[in-house]
Design a protein around this ligand. Structure first.
Ligand SMILES: Cc1cc2nc3c(=O)[nH]c(=O)nc-3n(C[C@H](O)[C@H](O)[C@H](O)COP(=O)(O)OP(=O)(O)OC[C@H]3O[C@@H](n4cnc5c(N)ncnc54)[C@H](O)[C@@H]3O)c2cc1C
Length: 709
């Protein structure tokens, strides 16, 4: 295939040289990339490509270092579309090739008659986890139908893309529509499969890549605006719309959620499917275990004396007291949770006396197989998607309007009070004016801006940290207003940093078994082992951070992980070579060091004793038979971290602890968690219940304030 394209480029250049382009000519072509349309502007002089400009500025996937200049140089060097691309950014690299090809087509006057060959076409492309297949019907000049016929990416999350992308492409008659936020890889797969179908029909993709334009939309007025429809945002909106018991009454308030993703639920939609219940629910009845709110809170305050300055015991108690009403209210309305799923777990983050029992619950994640959360580790099939789906239904049924793919960009302030929020969807920007605004945008993220602003030392080496759900909107806005953030993150004891490929492939793919479960030698960028590599948990992830944020798993052709290499290599994460020297060259580690490390490792394996890190020989995998493989494994984070805005006892945002509340502005969930974080930090299930209850508390405060006004 590559050879054919190269041949095509030579042909085009020959055509250009001999015909209309003896004079220098500049031509443009475009193709949809991961998150934007990529444009290639190429100057051809005397049959040679003399200048290339690539606009890849919209590609911010955070997976690779994508720079237009580097890619443009590759096009110049290759004198065509046959470029290596950027490691870890396959979709973007493919789009650059397509855009260059399309501009060369234009230069050669090789655009055909612009008509499609009518028919039905089928193509397959790789999504976030699995391949996805699309069927496209076309007439001579119109796309008449797009159907996704096979898709197995995360339930609920990917459905948003499957529902919205075909409709959007049909409406715009373009493959260059925006990806559905939060389901970027599934969206890109749909776009790629449809592009492939159009090319089979004889299309020049440039003709089908009209971009969406964002225009001024209609401002709206509501009583309550919740920014972020994740775990806490959904319950905050529900409480504002109903009553303290989340019962079937309508408070009469007009409540709206703006949610950046194409679906609601935030991190709950991709969470492990665990939820804790401390007292007062059918889960506690089932296990016979309870911890009352006041016992729990006083015990947590004793356990965390180092945070006495920031913690607010009174607020924590009010939130803890709401955990039973929150769960009971939701279960009564059909929340995906049943008492008999509960179990008793133990946590050392409840009491200074030592491990303490508490009730948590996994869920049946797949009713057909009876598979439960945890059967596959933290998996998107773990039940979180069902939590998010049923909670979203409940909130919709209560009459809350959710505006999806609508990102808050700025708070609107008036004389120190917050009166609205500027928002943008993929077509319009406008302002939502509200009497009360609740920030429920989640824990601080690991996007590059957040790391630079708040965490340069502790997390400078974290790789692949951007998710739509964690971009620190609340934290950044309050900092911009001159406020302080409440930083209680603890890089040593917290579990946020784990091993992974990047944020998208980390938890979700079958390929994670390589670094989670399979034996193999880990080396750092110097080609040296650095730890007992039988451990693949948080401790090893922290050691990977110390090595610069990444390491390589080295294995040979007999290793079980070979089956994942093709896919990982497409994502710029795997390499292979016939010799260790070549492999070392490819991953840019010193060859001598790698050869010597492998030699020592193999000898130790033979002797049955790891002389360096004491890894059990049973957990080693000697590297002996060529070809050899290296897979890059990073220290990553998929969740978020406890850097929160300050609130008062009514969840109103303050610029500093004990400062004056900002009128109308509230926070809950991870965004406001600093003063009650131990409640969300107990162990499996405590994050979701703590965030839900804090949302209900904020929603109650807002409802009562408005009704009493
Ligand atoms: C992989 C994983 C597994 C987990 N497993 C568990 C578990 O099993 N049990 C448990 O208790 N906890 C678990 N957690 C933690 C739990 O999911 C979170 O603590 C919880 O979801 C946080 O709730 P939140 O409301 O603060 O934020 P989120 O649920 O993250 O919601 C924030 C929302 O705000 C939206 N948003 C952000 N910025 C903007 C903006 N500018 N404009 C509009 N919308 C915006 C986001 O898109 C998102 O929907 C897990 C987390 C992860 C990542």
């Amino acid at each position: 295939m590559k050879k054919r394209l190269f041949g095509l480029c030579i042909l085009l250049l020959t055509v250009c040289a001999g015909s209309a382009f003896a004079e220098p000519a500049t031509v443009t072509g475009s193709a949809p990339g991961m998150e934007s349309v990529i444009t290639a502007t190429i100057t051809i002089d005397n049959g040679e490509i003399t200048a290339v400009e690539l606009d890849v500025s919209g590609e911010t996937s955070g997976i690779g270092d994508i720079t237009g200049d580097a890619l443009a140089q590759q096009v110049l060097d290759a004198q065509g579309a046959e470029i290596d691309g950027v490691s870890g950014a396959t979709v973007t690299s493919d789009a650059v090739r397509a855009a260059v090809r399309s501009s060369l087509d234009a230069a050669a006057g090789n655009l055909g008659n612009g008509l499609l060959v009518p028919g039905t076409y089928t193509a397959t492309a790789h999504g976030a986890k699995h391949d996805l297949t699309a069927e496209v019907d076309v007439t001579e000049n119109e796309i008449t139908d797009i159907r996704v016929t096979e898709a197995n990416d995360s339930p609920f999350v990917s459905e948003a893309a499957i529902e919205k992308m075909p409709a959007r492409m049909l409406e715009k008659q373009s493959v260059a529509v925006d990806a559905v936020t939060g389901a970027t890889f599934t969206s890109a797969a749909i776009r790629n499969a449809v592009s492939d179908c159009l090319m089979q029909a004889g299309a020049n993709l440039s003709d089908w890549s009209a971009q969406e334009t964002v225009r001024q939309g209609q401002d709206v007025n509501v009583d309550v605006l919740v920014v972020g429809g994740g775990t806490s945002g959904l319950t905050a909106a529900l409480a504002a719309k109903t009553d303290a018991a989340l019962s079937d009454v309508d408070s009469g308030l007009n409540v709206m959620i703006v949610e950046a993703n194409g679906y609601a639920g935030g991190n709950m939609a991709i969470c492990g499917g665990y939820i804790a219940s401390y007292f007062g629910t059918s889960l506690n009845e089932y296990t016979g275990n309870s911890i009352e709110a006041d016992t729990l809170v006083s015990s947590l305050l004793e356990l965390y004396p180092q945070y006495a300055e920031v913690l607010d015991g009174e607020l924590m108690l009010r939130i803890a007291e709401l955990t039973d009403d929150t769960l009971n209210g939701l279960m009564a309305r059909g929340f995906y949770l049943t008492g008999s799923d509960a179990y008793v777990g133990e946590s050392s983050r409840i009491s200074k006396e030592g491990p303490t029992a508490y009730t948590s619950s996994s869920v049946i994640a797949d009713p057909e197989t009876g598979e439960r959360s945890g059967d596959n580790g933290y998996d998107v099939y773990g039940g979180g998607a069902f939590f998010a789906e049923t909670l979203t239904d409940i909130v919709n049924q209560a009459g809350v309007e959710i505006r999806y793919e609508t990102r808050a960009t700025d708070l609107v302030m008036d004389e120190g009070a917050c009166i609205g929020v500027k928002v943008q969807d993929h077509e319009t920007y406008y302002t939502v004016y509200a009497k009360k605004i609740i920030l429920a945008t989640g824990y601080a993220g690991f996007d590059q801006e957040t790391i630079a602003a708040y965490l340069p030392e502790a997390y400078g080496n974290v790789v692949g940290a951007e998710t739509a759900a964690n971009q620190s909107f609340a934290q950044k806005q309050i900092t911009a207003l001159g406020g302080q953030v409440n930083d209680v993150h603890d890089p040593i004891s917290d579990g946020h940093i784990i091993l992974g490929y990047n944020t998208v492939l980390a938890h979700f793919g079958e390929e994670r078994k390589l670094y989670n479960e399979m034996n193999g030698m880990l080396v750092n960028p110097k080609g040296l082992r650095f730890t007992d590599d039988s451990d693949r948990g948080h401790d090893t992830a922290m050691k990977v951070m110390e090595q610069g944020g990444k390491c390589y798993m080295i294995f040979d052709s007999t290793h079980e992980g070979v089956k994942y290499v093709d896919y990982l290599s497409e994502n710029g994460l795997a390499w292979s070579a016939e010799t260790l020297e070549d492999l070392a060259d490819q991953i840019h580690v010193p060859a001598e060091a790698l050869i010597s490390t492998v030699g020592q490792y193999n000898a130790d394996y033979e002797a049955g004793v790891d002389s360096v890190f004491h890894t059990s020989a049973k957990k080693m995998a000697p590297v002996e038979e060529a070809p050899y493989f290296a897979v890059q494994i990073n220290a990553i984070s998929t969740g978020g971290i406890d850097i929160a805005v300050f609130t008062d006892e009514n969840m109103m945002v303050t610029l500093a602890k004990d400062g004056q509340p900002i009128e109308n502005l509230y926070a809950c969930g991870g965004a406001g968690s600093g003063s009650y974080f131990p409640l969300c930090n107990i162990g499996l299930g405590s994050h979701v219940v703590g965030c839900m209850a804090s949302g209900v508390y904020a929603g109650n405060c807002v409802r009562e304030a408005l009704i009493n006004q």
